[in-house]
Design a protein around this ligand. Structure first.
Ligand code: SF4
Length: 334
C-alpha cells in the first residue's frame, strides 16, 4: 500500500468530516495545553460521548491550571464522579500540581520531560505532544489498533500484532500535520471504522482496505487472550433507623481509592443482614464484579466509617458501582 496516498486520503476526509469538539483545535496545535491535558486524561478508556457530559462542567469549575492545582482533591473527585477510573483524576491532579508549582505553569513540549508527568502513559504522552505542540508523535489507542488491524487484515491476537500495528501506524502519520492527523485517525476509528457495523462505504481507505466487506470484519482485531477476573461478594446498605446510612472512605491506594463506598467484601460481614434479592454488577478494566445488596438496620458498626443523612450523600464522591448500589437498593433506606 502507498502510505503517502493513504495519509492524504485520510487528511482530506478529516478536513470535511472531522468532529468539532470543545477541546479540539483544527489546523494545528491547540493554544492551551491545559485543555489538551484535561481532555486526553478524561478520554483514556472513555468515549467522546461520555466525556462531553463531564468536560465542560469540569472546565467551568477548574478553568485554569492554577484553579485545579489549588483545589482540594475531594472537589476534583466530585467533578469526576461518574467518569470512572478515578486513578486518572488523581494523576491529573498530581500533574497539575507539578506543572503549577514545580514547572511554574510551563507545560513541557519535550518528550523526556513530559513523560515525568503523572498520568501520561505512552498513548496520552503521544496525543499530548501531538495535539498541544504539533510534535510528530503517533497515537495508538483502541481506535487506531482497530483501524490498522482491519486495513492490513491482521487476524492474530492484538498483543501478538502490537509491534506491527505500531509500525504501520507510524508509517501513516502525517509528520507535517501531526495534530490534525492524530484527530483524524481517532475520528476514523470512532465514527467510521466502528467496532460493530463499520461504515466501509464512507471510509477514505475503502479502496485499499484488506478487510472491507468481509463478513467477519467485526472480529478484527482479535480480542486479547487475557480474560477478566470474576469477583462475587456482598455490599451493605446499613441504616441507623433515623434516616442516615453508613459510608466509609476507601484508602488512597488501589481500586476506587479515595472514594466513598458502602461496606462491601467477598465474605459475609454481618450475620443479621437481610438479602434484598437485588444484585449490582460492574466491569472494571480487569475485574468483572457482582455484588449482592444486603440490608441492615443497626446503629453500632465497628468499621472506620460514619453514618451520613441520606439527603447528604450527594456531597460525597462515589464510584459508579456504588451509585448503582444506591439506585437499585436505596428504597430500603427510606
Ligand atoms: S474500509 Fe471498512 S474495515 Fe476498512 S478501514 Fe475502512 S471502515 Fe474499517
Amino acid at each position: 500500500m502507498n502510505e503517502n496516498a493513504l495519509t492524504k486520503q485520510l487528511m482530506t476526509w478529516y478536513a470535511q468530516n472531522g468532529r468539532d469538539l470543545p477541546w479540539r483545535h483544527k489546523g494545528g496545535a491547540h493554544p492551551d495545553p491545559y485543555v489538551v491535558l484535561v481532555s486526553e486524561i478524561m478520554l483514556q478508556q472513555t468515549t467522546v460521548k461520555t466525556v462531553l457530559n463531564y468536560f465542560e462542567r469540569f472546565m467551568h469549575r477548574f478553568p485554569t491550571l492554577q484553579s485545579l492545582a489549588e483545589a482540594p482533591i475531594e472537589e476534583v473527585y466530585l467533578y469526576w464522579q461518574g467518569l470512572g477510573y478515578y486513578a486518572r483524576a488523581r494523576s491529573l491532579y498530581a500533574a497539575a500540581k507539578a506543572l503549577f508549582y514545580d514547572y511554574q505553569g510551563h507545560f513541557p513540549d519535550d518528550k523526556a520531560e513530559a513523560s515525568k508527568l503523572k498520568g501520561l502513559g505512552a498513548y496520552t504522552l503521544a496525543s499530548y505532544l501531538a495535539l498541544a505542540f504539533n510534535k510528530p508523535e503517533t497515537v495508538v489507542d483502541g481506535n487506531v489498533i482497530r483501524v490498522m488491524s482491519r486495513l492490513y487484515h491482521f487476524t492474530k491476537p492484538v498483543e501478538d500484532m502490537m509491534p506491527e500495528i505500531r509500525k504501520r501506524a507510524e508509517a501513516l502519520t502525517d509528520v507535517r500535520h501531526p495534530a490534525d492527523y492524530a484527530s483524524a485517525i481517532m475520528d476514523l476509528g470512532a465514527c467510521v471504522c466502528t467496532p460493530k457495523n463499520p461504515k466501509c462505504n464512507q471510509c477514505p481507505w475503502r479502496e485499499s482496505c484488506l478487510s472491507k466487506d468481509l463478513l467477519d470484519v467485526e472480529q478484527i482485531p482479535q480480542k486479547s487472550k487475557i480474560g477478566k477476573k470474576k469477583f462475587e461478594g456482598f455490599v451493605y446498605l446499613i441504616s441507623d433507623g433515623k434516616g442516615a446510612v453508613y459510608i466509609r472512605k476507601r484508602v488512597e491506594k488501589g481500586l476506587l481509592s479515595g472514594l466513598y463506598e458502602f461496606p462491601w467484601s467477598e465474605k459475609p460481614m454481618f450475620e443479621k443482614a437481610q438479602d434484598t434479592g437485588v444484585e449490582v454488577s460492574h466491569i472494571f478494566t480487569h475485574i468483572d464484579m457482582r455484588l449482592k445488596i444486603m440490608w441492615l438496620c443497626q446503629q453500632n458498626i465497628k468499621l472506620d466509617g460514619a453514618f451520613v443523612p441520606v439527603a447528604d450523600l450527594k456531597n460525597f464522591a462515589f464510584s459508579t458501582l456504588m451509585r448503582k448500589v444506591l439506585q437499585k437498593g436505596g428504597k430500603n433506606l427510606l
